[in-house]
Design a protein around this ligand. Structure first.
Ligand code: SF4
Length: 88
């Protein structure tokens, strides 16, 4: 089932981040200050909050181990916390 979700990317046709604002979801090529990063990520997350395919997007990013950008409303660091096993 998880493999099918990763291979099926038709959900991307409904992505709220399609278009010129897609650049918000990834760091710029220059060194970004913390306040700039916070503002960019906050704006991107506000778009994700209204996205009709948020869960599909997050499943995809976690499934493929996406290392960069905001997917499903979570940063790469936040997604890592989802998949990191709890200490025993
Ligand atoms: S959840 Fe966010 S990153 Fe994923 S498709 Fe929607 S707007 Fe884009």
């Amino acid at each position: 089932m998880a493999v099918r979700m990763v291979q099926d990317r038709t959900w991307q046709l409904q992505a709220a981040c399609r278009g010129p604002e897609s650049a918000l979801f990834f760091p710029p090529t220059y060194a970004e200050r913390k306040d700039e990063r916070d503002a960019r990520e906050g704006h991107a997350k506000s778009i994700c909050a209204l996205c009709p395919v948020r869960s599909e997007c997050l499943d995809y990013a976690v499934g493929v181990g996406e290392q960069h950008g905001i997917w499903g409303g979570l940063t790469e660091a936040e997604r890592r916390l989802l998949v990191t096993p709890a200490p025993t």
